[in-house]
Write a protein that binds this ligand. Sequence first.
Ligand code: ZN
Length: 249
Amino acid sequence: MSTPLRVTVWNENVHERKHEKVRRVYPDGIHTAIAKGLAAAPDLSVRTATLEMPEHGLTQDVLDNTDVLTWWGHMAHGEVKDEVVDRVHKRVLEGMGLIALHSAHYSKIFKRLMGTTCSLKWREAGERERLWNVAPHHPITAGLGEYFELPHVEMYGEPFGIPTPDEQIFISWFEGGEVSRSGCCWQRGNGRVFYFRPGHETYPIYYDANVMKVMINAVRWARPTVRIMDQCPNTKPLEIIRSDDPAKG
Ligand code: ZN
């Protein structure tokens, strides 16, 4: 059997501790539900990390031993330390995969990787969402049909302030009439980034079989192919340079 893919599931874990309504849906935290869903795949080795842990559970050692990091945050984006964001950002550029979930569209790490506002429209009305699979050839949609639906979601609408994705995977339609780019892929340095829209804290989204199928596919897709440390070396020529350097002397 090949080496398992090492996944770290990160969650700020604040709503779940503060709000009874959220605890009813995710009694052990969103991270636990996501980790359980991912662990159903035999090729994934899953651990969790949360905001309140030292260094938010994302020490250099943890990141060195993470192939793909999933990120859920909402009300505490501002509490994530910049030095941890710098460390995660560097690891993505080296080759680690990152899956940004739902309200992570406004997380420091996602905004840093995108370089744009990442703003969008939103509404909490428990409406229906239909996610259209617009990339049936893609590994992230393996095993899915033309579309799947979630009965009750928070709406996220366009315009979504992201750079044009390298690959568009899902487009969502909402009962209230809006649409959104709800599954998007980017390459950043040597790492792959996937944004996946579903996941509001008061709906049982991470127990949905299609959502977890996408998550497992996305983690596999985002697995590193290389790890290249950043450097900017002064380098010796491979051939003899015969030109006279006019800047010399
Ligand atoms: Zn939400």
